[in-house]
Design a protein around this ligand. Sequence first.
Ligand code: JBN
Length: 246
Amino acid sequence: MRIDVVTIFPEFFDVLDISLLGKARQSGLLDVSAHNLREYTHDRHRTVDDTPYGGGAGMVMKPEPWGEAIDELLGDATPERADASAPLVIFPSPAGEVFTQKMARELAHREHLIFGCGRYEGIDQRVFDHVATRAEVRLVSIGDYVLNGGEVAVMAMIEAIGRLIPGVVGNPESLVEESHEDGLLEYPSYTKPAEWRGLEVPPILLSGNHKAIDAWRREQQLERTRRVRPDLLRAETPEKAETAEA
Ligand SMILES: NC(=O)c1ccno1
């Protein structure tokens, strides 16, 4: 997968050279490039923002640099090429659709993602409107709160998506029993020692009875989801909610 990120802080993404994603980049599974939006300006001050039409506080990111940056990254992409190889352009925004594990799984199959990191009060709307004439555009939110810019949101999405690419995580089995993979929160985990500061590992986990362990873990998932995220039970499937509330 190729990932391009447009930002005024390209150094923000240097951290992707470490850990699993760093290995994925070295192995060629993941190609992540950060591009400085200021490289697409032509004035002495490398200006990327200006005052908002209609007044209001703060500054808005100018469309021209964004247009040139996205043009370069889209290359010869056209709306007609609507397959997995077509680039998808994602702008993090608190006004976007919520990023979920389901979306991460979907995006892990795309071949080319372009992320545009807004700053200030946001990006001129015409950038989204124009790019949408050339490629699929999505505004995506990582949660109901506001950040100073899109970089942190993009980092979270790259990690959530990148780890699902086959070969990035050593043991694909470890991706199966995770929170949100089956619409529930994950069960609690324990390791040695069996007793720590007076706290013991649940005896069922030491029993060797894998059928009983699986049943216990499922009940733990339902109990934790019912207690912490009842909305997940209602949102997914009514029968799952019935099971949980039984
Ligand atoms: N909630 C978000 O995803 C976001 C992106 C930029 N600011 O907030």
